[in-house]
Design a protein around this ligand. Structure first.
Ligand code: ADP
Length: 275
C-alpha cells in the first residue's frame, strides 16, 4: 500500500505551507529541462518535461509512485547513465550547459550536483573518511578544517567531533543521513538532490533533516523528492507535481500548488483522492 493512503494527514486539505524570506527572492534558474523525455527500453518514464529550477531555493518533486520522480532526479546528474536501457531525449541544462553534451564529464558533474538517497548509505569507514572521500576522489587532500566545515554544514559536528575515527555505521539513522549530507557537501557542490531523504527516519530525525535543508538552501540549491506532502508544503519554495505517465502537470510556488492548484488532478492528488 502506498504511504499516501495510510497517512491520514493527507486527507486534510489544510496543508500548512511555510512562510519565509526566500519566497520574495526572484527566481534565478540554475537547472532547466526542455522537452525532456526519458525511456527505459520502449517505456517512456518522463514525457516532455519542461521546468526551470531556481537557485538557492528548495524545489519539491511530488507525485504518486512510479510517476518518474526518481528518474527525473537521476537525469539531472546523469545517474541514469548507469542504467543500460535508459535513453534520454531533449535537453537538461545546468548553468546553461547541456549536461548530456559529449564534453561533460559525469563524475565532475556529480561533484557539482551531489545526491543523498532514501536510505542512509555511509561507507563502512570512519566518520572522517566518509567526509574526506568526496575530496580525495578529486585528488585533493582533505584537511581537518574541511572535515569540520562539512560536518558543521550538516549539523552533525557537535555530536561527532570526539569520535571522528569511529565507524560511520555506529551512528543512529538520522546521524548517518546527516553524515551522507556532509559527504555530499564536502566537495562544495552547487546543487543537492535528495530522494526521499527522511522516509527511512523517525519523526525527530526527519525533523532535524528538514531544519537542516532550510539552512543548506542559503548556500545550495536543493531538489527533493518526497512522498510526504506535508513535508513538501513545509520545506519547499517551489513544488513540481508529476502524475502517472511521467507528465509534469503543475510547477509553481508551493503555496499556490497547495492552496490554489491550476490543475484539477493536482487538487485531487493533494487532497488524497488518489495516489
Ligand atoms: P517514482 O520515483 O515516481 O516512484 P520512478 O522514476 O522510480 O518513479 O519510475 C518511473 C517509471 O520508470 C516506472 O514505471 C518504473 O517502473 C520505471 N523504471 C524506473 N527505474 C527503472 C529501471 N532501472 N529499469 C526499467 N524501468 C524503470
Amino acid at each position: 500500500m502506498s504511504t499516501q493512503n495510510t497517512d491520514e494527514r493527507l486527507i486534510s486539505t489544510e496543508v500548512q505551507t511555510g512562510e519565509n524570506a526566500r519566497a520574495n527572492l526572484p527566481d534565478e534558474p540554475v537547472l532547466a529541462a526542455r522537452g525532456l523525455d526519458v525511456y527505459y527500453g520502449d517505456d517512456r518514464a518522463l514525457d516532455d518535461i519542461t521546468i526551470e529550477i531556481p537557485k538557492n531555493k528548495v524545489t519539491a518533486i511530488i507525485g504518486p509512485s512510479g510517476c518518474g520522480k526518481s528518474t527525473f532526479l537521476r537525469s539531472i546528474n546523469r545517474m541514469n547513465d548507469q542504467i543500460s536501457v535508459c535513453r534520454i531525449d531533449g535537453e537538461l541544462t545546468f548553468r546553461g550547459k547541456n549536461v548530456y553534451d559529449d564534453d561533460v564529464d559525469p563524475v565532475a558533474l556529480r561533484r557539482k550536483i551531489g545526491q543523498v538517497f532514501q536510505k542512509p548509505n555511509p561507507f563502512p569507514k570512519s566518520i572522517r573518511e566518509n567526509v574526506t572521500y568526496g575530496l580525495e576522489v578529486q585528488g585533493k587532500s582533505a584537511t581537518d578544517e574541511d572535515v569540520e566545515r562539512a560536518l558543521r554544514g550538516a549539523a552533525l559536528w557537535d555530536e561527532v567531533k570526539d569520535q571522528l575515527d569511529s565507524s560511520g555505521l555506529e551512528l543512529s539513522g538520522g546521524q548517518q543521513q546527516r553524515l551522507c549530507i556532509a559527504r555530499a557537501i564536502a566537495p562544495d557542490p552547487e546543487v543537492i538532490l535528495m530522494d526521499e531523504p527522511t522516509s527511512a527516519l523517525d519523526p525527530v530525525a526527519a525533523s532535524k533533516i528538514e531544519d537542516l535543508i532550510d539552512e543548506l538552501v542559503d548556500e545550495y540549491t536543493v531538489v527533493i523528492v518526497t512522498h510526504n506532502m506535508q513535508q513538501a508544503a513545509r520545506i519547499s519554495d517551489k513544488t513540481a507535481v508529476f502524475l502517472t505517465g511521467g507528465e509534469l502537470v503543475e510547477f509553481d510556488d508551493t503555496a499556490t500548488v497547495f492552496e490554489n492548484p491550476a490543475d484539477g488532478r493536482v487538487e485531487d492528488y493533494i487532497t488524497g483522492k488518489f495516489g
